[in-house]
Ligand binder design. Sequence first.
Ligand code: ADP
Length: 401
Amino acid sequence: MTGNNILVINGGSSSLKFALINDQEANPRISGLAERLGSVEAGLSWKDSQGKHSKAISKAGHQQALAELLPLVQNAAPEGLQGVGHRVVHGGEAFTGSCLIDNSVIDAIRATIPLAPLHNPANLMGIEAALAVFPDLPQVAVFDTAFHQSLPDYAYRYAIPTSLYEQHGVRRYGFHGTSHRYVSAEAARLMNADYQQSSWLTAHLGNGCSTCAIVNGQSRDTSMGLTPLEGVVMGTRSGDVDPNLHSHLANVMGWTLAEVTRVLNNESGLKGLSGLSNDMRTLEEAAGEGHAGAQLAMEVFCYRLAKSLASMACALPQLDGLIFTGGIGENSPLIRSKTVAHLRLLGLQLDDAANLRCIRGVAGEIQASGSPRVLVVPTNEELQIALDTLNLIQPHGAAHA
Ligand code: ADP
């Protein structure tokens, strides 16, 4: 069986990530990145069965980068492409699931730009470039926010004047939905459980981090809010702070709103606390050598993560499992163990040997006997985007590799 080929695109303002996914194969046939688009240093780098490659594409924009990519894709998918799936960060309240892209969808993504001024215009550039290069293929938008549209109002509303919600959409949206959805469904599959009758806590820990409570296949609460700054500590993002911090820093430091926003998004989190790095590997090494900032950053990260998971537990009728995913969640036994150590009240406890075994893509259960399940499940947002795309373009739905 040759399966179906889907090109998955994640457009950034000056970059475009891509992966060619076949639904019958475990790994992408090609994946890569076009970066510094629009500049003389623009470049394309990709990985395929033959190894790693790169190519200068000086001054190329998004569309030219995709045109450069076209022969590579055609070469890797001689059977042809069935469709293109796009990651879109913000779907506002307009999108509760993935959808086929047409002009009205593009207009709705554009209308959501005020909620995601950096991401949505960049995602639209990717969509428009792909429509120009692949005019005959069906294209699908998969939103980071859509999975969380099932949150009840008491979980998504902020306690601020209602008019701000009604007139300006100020509410909690949540992000990383594709990952939370993928790993929770995958956990149910691994456990032979019925996803539609199961309850999970998920911790997606990459450069951005978020937690989620999932009941019967639906997100019931999540840690990110109006923007991806809310919630737990991240690589460079602060997560929750006192909402008065903006005015306090403006008064004390004389900073503009833009400066405060930049510091909270780019100079905070693990980087700000450690004074060293936003990268957990670097921090683990430094902490091992006695670096006090790195040690504190890891302690705050784990405590705040555990606190967020405990609060997410309010949304669950029972706990079928806690799932770790993302670069940190999939690879750091230390962070998993420090986090779970704060969750004794939920009865959670790890098996040290099992915890150490689940790294570098190895999925599995890592709880001690008698504890509710704790699982490591590698995320695969590209595969989920490809599966959503196939489900929408094929009446009989997608098969999973
Ligand atoms: P992104 O959100 O950009 O996709 P990833 O999911 O790749 O990021 O996660 C990046 C994070 O994962 C970094 O903090 C990195 O240090 C961390 N990470 C990757 N491997 C390890 C490891 N072996 N131990 C600890 N942290 C790791």
